[in-house]
Design a protein around this ligand. Structure first.
Ligand code: ADE
Length: 252
């Protein structure tokens, strides 16, 4: 049976999605509340994991082992690393890497011990579905109908675009230009940073669960990022998650 998991790191990223569920039931375990129900007739479990790799990895393990999910969609925000990315753009992960994994000199930097892997690659099919859904969302300009005009102006969101690229995750909030430069020097293909995706990707890889990570740019990972991040989260993030999820489900 198909059971889709939907995860976000923060309530703000996922609260709107919880409200889309019909026949909703709640279960709390390990300080997380799992909301099960149906979305477009498909069994779905929605949860917010809290921040960071450990929080995300334990939550996805519970989704897999206790809720028997067969696939997972992660939706949330990220800090931009690629200079062409603007606040409000959407990134779908092509590959995910843990930028704080460093077992040198025993292993190569970023290599996950014993897996012999540095990057977790997204599967072609769910990636294509998500890319089509997000491209349609950005084309039909429906986001403009659900987000306040003043918020769009405040964040300078004009023609948000879709990027499919490499995402780096780790237990660090990027808030300085030098940190951003250092990351890019070490991992030149990275387009954005967040704190969960590659941890979730490792667990999904180990259990053979297809994963799609979709991130809206909330800040550009520099000195402005704490302020931009907090207001984006409060004002806009949930609208994005809801519209992205609705558009993905309409492809099923
Ligand atoms: N998620 C959103 N913005 C971020 C940043 N600047 N660093 C890490 N994770 C983020």
């Amino acid at each position: 049976e198909r059971i889709i998991g939907i995860m976000g790191a923060m309530t703000e990223e996922i609260s709107g999605v919880i409200n889309l569920l019909s026949e909703r039931e709640e279960r709390t375990a390990g300080m997380r509340t799992y909301y099960s129900g149906k979305l477009n007739g498909i069994k779905t479990v929605v949860v917010f994991s809290r921040w960071g790799k450990v929080a995300a990895a334990t939550t996805v393990s519970t989704l897999i082992l206790e809720f028997n999910i067969t696939e997972l969609i992660f939706t949330g925000v990220a800090g931009a690393i690629h200079t062409d990315l603007r606040i409000g753009d959407i990134v779908i992960a092509k590959r995910l890497v843990q930028h704080d994994m460093d077992a040198r000199p025993i292993m190569n930097q970023f290599e996950i011990p014993l897996l012999g892997k540095t990057f977790f690659e997204s599967q072609a099919e769910p990636l294509a579905i998500a890319a089509k859904a997000v491209a349609e969302l950005l084309e039909n300009r429906h986001l403009y109908a659900v987000i306040d005009q003043k918020d769009l102006e405040k964040f300078g969101i004009k023609n948000p675009k879709l990027f499919v690229g490499d995402v780096a995750s780790g237990d660090k909030f990027f808030a300085t230009s030098p940190d951003k430069r250092d990351l890019l020097a070490k991992l030149p293909t990275i387009v954005c940073v967040e704190m969960e995706g590659a941890a979730v990707a490792q667990v999904c890889y180990e259990y053979g669960i297809p994963l799609t990570v979709i991130r809206t740019i909330s800040d550009v990972a520099d000195e402005q990022s704490p302020i931009e991040f907090v207001s984006f989260i409060h004002e806009i993030a949930s609208n994005y998650s809801v519209e992205i999820i609705k558009n993905i489900y309409s492809q099923y």
